[in-house]
Design a protein around this ligand. Structure first.
Ligand SMILES: CC(C)(C)CN1C(=O)[C@@H](CC(=O)N[C@@H](CC(=O)O)C(=O)O)O[C@H](c2cccc3ccccc23)c2cc(Cl)ccc21
Length: 348
């Protein structure tokens, strides 16, 4: 079966997409024709950047320029990277990165410009964080550092997607201007991931939980998983969950502004997966010794309920009620958590 050469690169990109994330690649494929390729390439460029940032085997002296110049690298035909660590999940993506570059250069200029601008900001933000994390014994100190780090790795993705959606004409140009609520879309997802990945990150010596939060309960982040610290660990977890819950009203406001059905589903599905995960994590001591994941059956049920804002509001209302049921009056955050959940109820 003869495949015209220019199609081969695009097919390979979508193969990478399905390798890097199972459920998500199906959602990208459903996007309207004129933004599907732009979002697919945006996702793969970000995965390339993330693979470099995550790779602890790359010395900071080499990693920093790679991160800061990645927005220029994506214009370099033929560029590839073979120095990823052997166990890097997406190392093959960087080995064959010239294919992503080829497809990037086929995108309309208006989409290329969005991808370059976000990659530039994200790469520099990641480099700033990697540099100070390498010499400072601790990376994320205050809640402000936490929000800034999550802005670089996830909030900017929200801004970039909003610019792609509005540049395509499928969504209002206003979407590119509401950077605060686009940012919240990313922060909600990333903060849920950071809570979920506590034990895996700690074993890779990656510490994203802000010291301002855990130092209220323990002397070191690793103490939370130790026997005898169960109450402190559960109460510290509540603070992290509360911090993430506060982005939900913005996320619902953002979703409510979307007009295109395929864009709505693309944005809504990760949000409902996140609220389901966050609810499962709340009061769940297993977070300190395993990766807590929602069941496949629940995921499929959720994905089917993502066609309009009323269904999404119902899903969020369902989960905030579960959180309120799990809430414990002895928890120092008891009141704040019930108020954060109340705000979601009111929004709906
Ligand atoms: C860090 C992150 C949250 C931004 C990663 N991120 C996402 O998490 C993916 C979902 C994903 O990759 N899920 C994986 C599992 C997982 O990694 O947890 C799956 O297999 O289902 O969704 C986001 C994403 C999708 C839709 C709207 C968004 C708005 C703002 C910010 C991010 C948005 C994403 C969109 C793009 Cl274009 C690029 C990356 C992402």
């Amino acid at each position: 079966n003869f495949i015209p050469p220019e199609q081969k690169a695009k097919i390979r990109c979508y193969e990478f997409l399905s390798q890097t994330s199972r459920s998500f690649d199906a959602v990208i494929r459903e996007l309207d024709d004129d933004i599907r390729d732009a979002v697919c390439i945006f996702y793969l460029v970000l995965r390339g950047l993330d693979t470099i940032e995550d790779d602890m085997s790359i010395p900071i002296m080499k990693k920093e320029p790679l991160l800061r110049n990645f927005h220029e690298i994506i214009y370099k035909k033929g560029w590839t990277f073979n120095e990823s660590g052997p166990d890097e999940k997406d190392r093959q993506l960087l080995v064959e990165f010239s294919i992503i570059i080829e497809e990037f250069l086929n995108l309309e200029k208006k989409f290329q410009n969005v991808i370059v601008e976000i990659t530039n900001k994200m790469g520099n933000g990641m480099a700033d964080y990697a540099k100070n994390a390498s010499h400072q014994e601790y990376g994320i100190l205050t809640n402000e550092d936490y929000d800034l780090y999550c802005h670089y790795v996830a909030g900017l993705v929200g801004n970039g997607l909003s610019c792609i959606f509005s540049a395509s004409g499928l969504e209002k140009s206003e979407l590119a201007k509401i950077t605060e609520i686009s940012n919240s879309m990313g922060l909600f997802l990333q903060k849920t991931n950071i809570i979920r990945d506590y034990s895996e990150d700690l074993s890779d010596n990656r510490r994203f939980w802000p010291k301002e939060i855990w130092s209220e309960y323990v002397d070191d982040l690793a103490d939370l998983k130790k026997p005898g610290y169960e109450i402190k660990a559960i109460n510290c977890l509540s603070t992290m969950v509360l911090n993430a819950l506060q982005h939900i009203p913005d996320c619902l406001t953002y979703l409510n502004k979307l007009q295109n059905e395929s864009i709505f589903r693309f944005c809504a599905i990760p949000q409902v997966m996140a609220i389901a995960t966050l609810t499962l994590l709340f009061k769940n001591h297993n977070v300190y010794n395993s990766i807590v994941k929602i069941r496949k059956g629940e995921t499929i049920k959720l994905i089917l309920k993502c066609t309009n804002i009323y269904e999404i509001a119902n899903v969020f209302r369902y989960y905030t009620r579960v959180i309120i049921k799990k809430n414990d009056p002895k928890d120092p955050n008891f009141m704040k958590i019930s108020m954060a959940c109340g705000k979601v109820e009111q929004w709906c």
